[in-house]
Design a protein around this ligand. Structure first.
Ligand SMILES: [Zn+2]
Ligand SMILES: [Zn+2]
Length: 405
């Protein structure tokens, strides 16, 4: 039974490989920023509709979110399995996170499990969630809040990285916008009459950098100036910075958040400015199901002969889903050169034939893991048991879930 299910998975993905490659290339060649993924959303949903799947558009009030679904002819009593596709790009560097590959991996796994449900006459439902804006506001969080994922027994997605892994404990992250308000004045004739908002931003960033010495190795702070003034001879009356802070666990995020808030307040006090902090979004840590992750890693290891590579940082809005659902965020090696995400080299790698091959092998692997959940009751019981034992920090988690909502 298991062998034939694996064959069904492989055949379905092999049969679609050429079409998936075309989808991947057109998304890569037309990079669109978060919430503006109109072309990507259209080509993906057109493709799914052309294959006869029902597709829901404009999901959860997001123009570029969609849900495609398929119900087994054997009935809907079985598991409800969902896959996530992402397709947003990054400013300036295009598909430097390889979301064109994530998009087609989602489609590939969806096609594979649809085929398993149909050909093996297994009851169940499979969905493909088109989830926009992973690099910005976290479309999955908006969709989760709207109840789009309700009823899912298992959620999966794939992401290209340097190396592969089925156990990525990603970081929690909180993004904040900090505005400083001062008073404009001539920078040479009457600087003493001004209150320099640009200096407040500067002090905040210097102090955040100085604080790094006392941060834990797995904590991160990083920020940019988005408004720093308009002319060197005018004391800026307004400045804006954006900061992200990250930790491994939600309860630590509360600690680092407070330290950052103290810094932002101190910069205002030091310069005589007033200030305002707007918390933008919070991603929670991703916790892969260890039983699912081990099967994924075992198959990958058999093929590649090298051990898994655990990513040392980074966050995903899929982490929020992993707090509530049984899940696997499989990472796969982009092209084997060790190039990190968010670089021009990664953008180039994400367009290669090699990356396409690696993506589809990962999709077959993940889909085999999902298929096993459908056909092997003892395996599924172990998966559920492991989910109950995962580490959680309810109070901090609830706080940040509320913030994200
Ligand atoms: Zn990214
Ligand atoms: Zn990414």
């Amino acid at each position: 039974m298991l062998v034939s299910v694996d064959d069904v998975v492989s055949s379905a993905i092999d049969a679609a490989s050429h079409e998936l490659r075309k989808l991947s290339l057109t998304i890569h060649d037309n990079p669109e920023l978060a919430l503006k993924e109109v072309h990507a959303c259209k080509v993906l949903t057109d493709y799914l509709s052309s294959k006869g799947f029902s597709v829901e558009h404009n999901v959860a009030g997001l123009d570029t979110a969609f849900v495609a679904s398929y119900q087994s002819p054997a009935g809907s009593d079985g598991l409800h399995i969902g896959f996530c596709s992402e397709y947003d790009a990054l400013p300036g560097v295009g598909h430097a996170c390889g979301h064109n590959l994530i998009a087609i991996c989602g489609v590939a796994m969806f096609l594979a499990i649809s085929s398993v449900l149909e050909k093996c006459q297994i009851p169940g439902t499979v969905k493909l969630f088109g989830t926009p804006a992973e690099e910005a506001i976290g479309g999955k969080i908006t969709m989760q809040k709207a109840g789009v994922f309700d009823g899912s027994d298992l959620l999966m997605m794939l992401h290209p990285t340097p190396g592969y892994s089925g156990s990525w404990h990603s970081q929690c992250c909180l993004s904040m916008e900090v505005e400083y308000f001062g008073k404009a004045s001539h920078a040479a004739m009457a600087p003493w009459d001004g209150i320099n908002a640009g200096t407040a931003a500067n002090v905040a960033m210097m102090t955040m950098n100085a604080m790094r010495e006392q941060l834990k190795p797995d904590w991160r702070t990083h920020g940019i100036v988005t408004t720093g003034g308009k002319a060197a001879n005018v004391i800026p009356d307004y400045a804006k910075i954006e900061y992200t802070v990250r930790t491994s666990w939600a309860e630590e995020l509360a600690v680092l958040e407070q330290r950052a808030l103290n810094v932002f307040a101190a910069a205002a006090l030091a310069t005589g400015c007033t200030y305002k902090v707007t918390k933008e979004f919070a991603y929670l840590d991703n916790q892969d199901n260890p039983v699912l992750g081990k099967m994924y890693e075992d198959i990958m290891h058999d093929r590649l002969g090298v051990p898994p590579a655990r990513a040392q940082g980074g966050s995903t809005d899929f982490g929020n889903l992993s707090q509530s659902f049984i899940s696997l965020h499989g990472n796969f090696d982009l092209v084997g050169t060790g190039v990190p995400n968010h670089t021009v080299e990664f953008t180039e790698g994400a367009r290669t034939e090699k990356a396409h091959e690696n993506a589809l092998f990962a999709a077959k692997t993940s889909a085999r893991v999902a298929a096993r959940c459908l056909v092997d009751g003892e395996f599924w019981e172990r998966v559920k048991g492991a989910h109950k034992e995962r580490k959680s920090a309810p109070s901090a988690r609830e706080f940040y879930e509320k913030l994200s909502a």
